[in-house]
Design a binder for this molecule. Structure first.
Ligand code: ADP
Length: 169
């Protein structure tokens, strides 16, 4: 059984085996949580991202997939980078968002990570409605077959925290 915990705060201050990054497909950093992780984590993470890009993801990491690097100065062993979908009112992209959580947990299992901290993927610049994103995140983690013992959702603001809390209760 995986325990789900909710925390309101900055994911770059968390201590966990793995911290998940809501990356963009370039893997070269960006705004929001991605920028915060690279800022606090230092250049080692970006170096590794560049190498991954050169070796395997020349066209970018596809949406819904996940890949790990070391965590630099963060209080974690790994950063798992995953690319959330940009929200679309015309097209249902919930499967891609669920895939981010499932694939991140699969990578965590490969690494042997037992505690994994997630941000609310796609709910920032990618505009996914918080209530839908929270439901997909919690349902996907609950139904995942994983050896991860604790999934911690680290929500940056109160609105995001409340959206997740409503799904976990
Ligand atoms: P995306 O492009 O996937 O939407 P964003 O980084 O823009 O990614 O936003 C994803 C979520 O991460 C948003 O809910 C945003 O408020 C949140 N966020 C931004 N900075 C941090 C941080 N330091 N720690 C945790 N969550 C953060």
């Amino acid at each position: 059984m995986t325990t789900i915990r909710l925390v309101q705060g900055d994911i770059t201050r968390e201590s966990a085996d793995a911290i998940v990054n809501a990356a963009n497909s370039s893997l070269l950093g960006g705004g929001g949580v991605d920028g915060a992780i690279h800022r606090r984590g230092g250049p080692a993470i970006l170096d590794e991202c560049r190498k991954l890009r050169a070796a395997r993801y020349g066209k970018g990491l596809p949406t819904g997939q996940a890949v790990a690097t070391t965590a630099g100065e963060l209080d974690a062993r790994w950063v798992i980078h995953t690319v959330g979908p940009v929200f679309s009112a015309q097209e249902d992209r919930s499967g891609l968002l669920a895939s981010c959580y499932r694939e991140s947990l699969r990578v965590a299992d490969e690494l042997g990570a037992r505690t994994v901290a997630f941000p609310a993927i796609s709910t920032g610049v990618y505009r996914y409605p918080l209530d839908d994103a929270a439901r997909i995140a919690v349902e996907t983690v609950r139904s995942a077959e994983t050896d991860v013992e604790e999934v911690r959702f680290v929500l940056f603001d109160e609105r995001a925290y409340e959206a997740f809390a409503a799904r976990v209760r």
